[in-house]
Design a binder for this molecule. Sequence first.
Ligand SMILES: *[C@@H]1O[C@H](CO)[C@@H](O)[C@H](O)[C@H]1NC(C)=O
Ligand SMILES: *[C@@H]1O[C@H](CO)[C@@H](O)[C@H](O)[C@H]1NC(C)=O
Ligand SMILES: *[C@@H]1O[C@H](CO)[C@@H](O)[C@H](O)[C@H]1NC(C)=O
Ligand SMILES: *[C@@H]1O[C@H](CO)[C@@H](O)[C@H](O)[C@H]1NC(C)=O
Ligand SMILES: *[C@@H]1O[C@H](CO)[C@@H](O)[C@H](O)[C@H]1NC(C)=O
Length: 329
Amino acid sequence: MKNANLLFLLLYLQQVTTDLRNDNCCYWMVSKGYDLPEFSERRVLNEVTVYYHDSSLKSKMPCPDWINTTAGIREWGQIQYWSNHNRFVGTLGLQSAINQFNLTGTLTDRNIYQGFGCCSLYPNGTYSAFLNHAFNGKDFTSFDINSKTFVAAVPQAVVYKTLRESDQSTINDVASYYQKTCLDRLKILMEAPRVRAKRIPDVRILEPKKKVGSVTVTCHVTGFYPREVQVFWLGSDLQPVDEGVTEILPNDDGTYQTRKSVIVPEEDVGKQNYSCVVLHISIPNNITKVWEVKAGGVAVWIPLLCISLLASVIGIGVWWRCKTRDAVI
Ligand SMILES: *[C@@H]1O[C@H](CO)[C@@H](O)[C@H](O)[C@H]1NC(C)=O
Ligand SMILES: *[C@@H]1O[C@H](CO)[C@@H](O)[C@H](O)[C@H]1NC(C)=O
Ligand SMILES: *[C@@H]1O[C@H](CO)[C@@H](O)[C@H](O)[C@H]1NC(C)=O
Ligand SMILES: *[C@@H]1O[C@H](CO)[C@@H](O)[C@H](O)[C@H]1NC(C)=O
Ligand SMILES: *[C@@H]1O[C@H](CO)[C@@H](O)[C@H](O)[C@H]1NC(C)=O
């Protein structure tokens, strides 16, 4: 029974906390009629923008100093090379979509074609990747990595799908990028200190708050970067506070903080230890802080005594008022 409760609580808490994963993402865009560069591209690794290029710039971004390994420099060359590819297929998509939606001829027309591709590695070893294209903010097509085909989200995308699939050698390269290269690049670039500039969380258990029949205990986690973190309590018969929602707040120094509270039934206090477990990308395993309670501590009873005293005082007051009101009526 107790184990079932614990399992439920764990699943529940994990569901509401942010995923702890590594991401390698690329966003690009081809636009017409807007006051934007015709093409722009941004690559983001774990929330850090590592590469930017747009058509108003004379040359591609050179390999930055913080990438100084042979493998890293080679990956950078690939990033620059694929930037041309993205511009080419994006322009193709924009033209095809404009034609298929019959939007040609109007000079005032504004259109945007976007690509968004990502690969992610989860702490449990699961790897996932996707590539989606959108036209004017709506799904246009997505790439099925396993079958190496484009899936049209709207009938107007079928022409583009056929066009792209006719170049089988490029399609194979795109598929192999999302199947493997994207993850390899993620691992290689993660070696660089700039992307790795993570801050380890400081974990403390705050002074518990006692109420009638229960004790609320809070785990405070601060000073970590990046933002994603998982905090949960281990122990039986625990109830989450505030529906278990974890709010992550920024600190002044660019790091983040959060807290997680649970309610422990009073009869369990002192019978077992409860621990706060923190998972963060800056640490290989976890940080576990144990809340050790001494059984039968006087400290628990003092506030209870005060509360019951207060209750009786209020009780007398209410009784007195009712009494006097009765007398008036
Ligand atoms: C790469 O850069 C880091 C920090 O910027 C430095 O500590 C390291 O020595 C450099 N490695 C090489 C091979 O230059
Ligand atoms: C575009 O025009 C063609 C020919 O006039 C028509 O068959 C097609 O349905 C139109 N498509 C849209 C999305 O309006
Ligand atoms: C790994 O974690 C991800 C994200 O939390 C989840 O979607 C996936 O199902 C998990 N895979 C396994 C094998 O547990
Ligand atoms: C709590 O942990 C302490 C030290 O880790 C241990 O001595 C104690 O027996 C534990 N209490 C319970 C109830 O498990
Ligand atoms: C925390 O890490 C330790 C190893 O350092 C491991 O034994 C334990 O199972 C981990 N706990 C959780 C809840 O992941």
